[in-house]
Design a protein around this ligand. Structure first.
Ligand SMILES: N[C@@H](CCC(=O)N[C@@H](CS)C(=O)NCC(=O)O)C(=O)O
Length: 209
């Protein structure tokens, strides 16, 4: 069985949702980031970490999403298989990994971005992070104009990339001053995903675990 190591509230919520959408048997193991248990599986001490029965490990959310989407094409979560559709999936996966996720680091862990120890220095780093997050939220909001989902033609087609957006939108709601009120299309994507029964099951499991 596929095993997902996840931490509550982390980006590992993404593959957790995708596994639930796919519907094949899997095990979800709650870990603490940086814990001995997690370090024994993934020396980086980070989530998400995916393990297959033969011991094969996969880290990096974007790689895990691509792997799961193509391992289970019957779930219809790839965003399409043409050359351009695959490129778009890669584009948005990279956006969430490198632009959106990275923008939150200074907000969550300002001490990694300054050698100064005073509160004012940390506050300045957090504020710079907020600015960067808002920039990425604005880019996502503009892309979502007239669309229900991130990938696909017309109003779009639900894919693993929408699951990738979800934890980050939730971080935006929680961490940005004013939340995501300035990004109505992002809010609409959030609400669409939050209304999904599989998403609700995963949130309940993570909250209860
Ligand atoms: N580039 C990695 C980042 C994974 C990552 O940093 N996850 C966070 C949780 S959202 C974590 O476990 N951080 C631990 C740390 O930075 O020490 C990915 O996309 O999977």
């Amino acid at each position: 069985m596929t095993t997902l190591y996840y931490a509550v509230g982390a980006c590992s919520l993404t593959p957790h949702i995708v596994l639930e959408w796919i519907g094949a048997p899997y095990e979800a193991v709650k870990v603490q980031i940086g814990s001995k248990e997690l370090l024994a599986v993934n020396p980086a001490g980070a989530v998400p970490t995916l393990r297959e029965d033969d011991g094969w490990l996969l880290t990096q959310a974007g790689a895990i999403l691509e792997y799961l989407a193509h391992k289970h094409p019957e779930a219809g979560l790839t965003g399409g298989d043409s050359l351009r559709e695959r490129a778009e999936a890669h584009r948005w996966s990279a956006f969430f990994t490198s632009d959106m996720h990275a923008a939150f680091w200074p907000v969550f862990m300002p001490y990694r971005y300054t050698v100064a120890t005073d509160d004012a220095a940390k506050k300045a780093v957090v504020e710079a992070g907020h600015k960067l997050v808002r920039k990425q939220m604005a880019a996502l909001n503009a892309h979502l104009e007239g669309r229900d989902w991130v990938l696909g033609e017309g109003r779009g087609t639900r894919s693993v990339i929408d699951a990738y957006a979800f934890p980050m939108i939730r971080w935006g709601v929680k961490m940005l001053p004013g939340g995501i009120a300035d990004f109505p299309n992002v809010q609409a994507l959030h609400d669409r995903l939050a209304a999904d029964e599989a998403v609700q099951r995963v949130l309940a499991r993570e909250a209860a675990a």
